[in-house]
Design a protein around this ligand. Structure first.
Ligand SMILES: Nc1ncnc2c1ncn2[C@@H]1O[C@H](COP(=O)(O)OP(=O)(O)OP(=O)(O)O)[C@@H](O)[C@H]1O
Ligand SMILES: [Mg+2]
Length: 247
């Protein structure tokens, strides 16, 4: 379980997180929604240790992780993984080598086992047989799926996805969301998804949390969210594309 307590983060004079509290439960899918620029990506970066908070704490299974050093953070990276908004693949490596990279860096597995692991993850994301291609030879949707396979390769306990379906056509977006549901079942991962794709993510969320003014203003099941009487949330859910277009 991840517990975020009173987290604050500012850049110069701009307050982004202003005492945010959130609990992310094991084996569940938590979805974060909120306007463009409200600090969703900053929150994910704080969770994986790419940024340090100004104050507040983050606990992972009762261990405080927001103030740990590089060595410990590296260990944690095997349990935690983040999939970025843009598919950050290495252009000069094949699809196979992109997915294999964390294993080559963090494990001592023999080549035969690496091949097995990579192929099983490529199969999971529907990319079996694409391993020899270069990132430039495949579509953006495929690149997103390669970055998912890479994120899954260390069998992480927690995955943080930043806008996994933005820029994808509705069919691929739907496929990616269905894949999450599949991971959840087969790998029992804890997922935190940031997304404007309300229709898709509400389908798989156990909990939705809405961010505004640097805090979580509401957390509930998708069903309860849809019944909200709050005018702001209502408008947000009804017209998610407006929120995305502010980018
Ligand atoms: N490294 C940084 N230095 C200065 N300001 C930053 C930095 N990272 C983020 N910000 C600012 O923090 C605010 C929140 O940014 P963030 O990327 O978290 O928004 P977001 O909610 O993810 O938006 P979007 O939905 O468009 O991805 C923005 O005003 C952004 O300019
Ligand atoms: Mg963002």
């Amino acid at each position: 379980m991840i517990k975020i307590n009173n987290l604050k983060k500012s850049f110069n004079s701009k307050v982004v997180l202003n005492g945010l509290n959130l609990t992310i439960e094991d084996g569940k899918t938590t979805v974060i929604i909120g306007e463009s620029g409200c600090g969703k990506t900053v929150l994910l970066k704080l969770l994986v240790g790419f940024l340090k908070p100004d104050s507040g704490e983050i606990y992972f299974n009762q261990h405080r992780i927001d103030n740990i050093g590089w060595k410990e953070l590296n260990k944690l990276r095997r349990k935690f993984t983040m999939v970025f908004q843009a598919p950050a693949l290495f252009d000069w490596l094949t699809v196979f080598e992109n997915v294999a990279l964390p294993l080559r860096e963090h494990s001592k597995l023999k080549e035969k086992r690496i091949i097995e692991e990579v192929e099983s993850k490529l199969e999971l994301v529907g990319l079996i047989g694409e391993g020899n291609k270069m990132p430039s030879e495949i579509s953006i949707g495929m690149q997103k799926r390669v970055s998912l396979a890479r994120a899954l390769i260390m069998n992480p306990e927690c995955i943080f996805y930043d806008e996994p379906t933005t820029g994808l056509d509705p069919i691929i977006a739907n496929n990616i969301i269905s894949l999450f549901a599949k991971f959840q079942k087969t790998l029992n991962t804890t997922s935190l998804i940031v997304s404007h794709d309300i229709g898709n993510v509400f389908r798989i969320a156990d909990k939705v949390a809405m961010m505004k003014n640097g805090i979580i203003i509401s957390e509930d099941s998708p069903k309860e969210f849809r019944k909200t009487s709050d005018a702001y949330i209502k408008r947000f859910i009804a017209h998610p594309q407006d929120n995305e277009m502010k980018k």
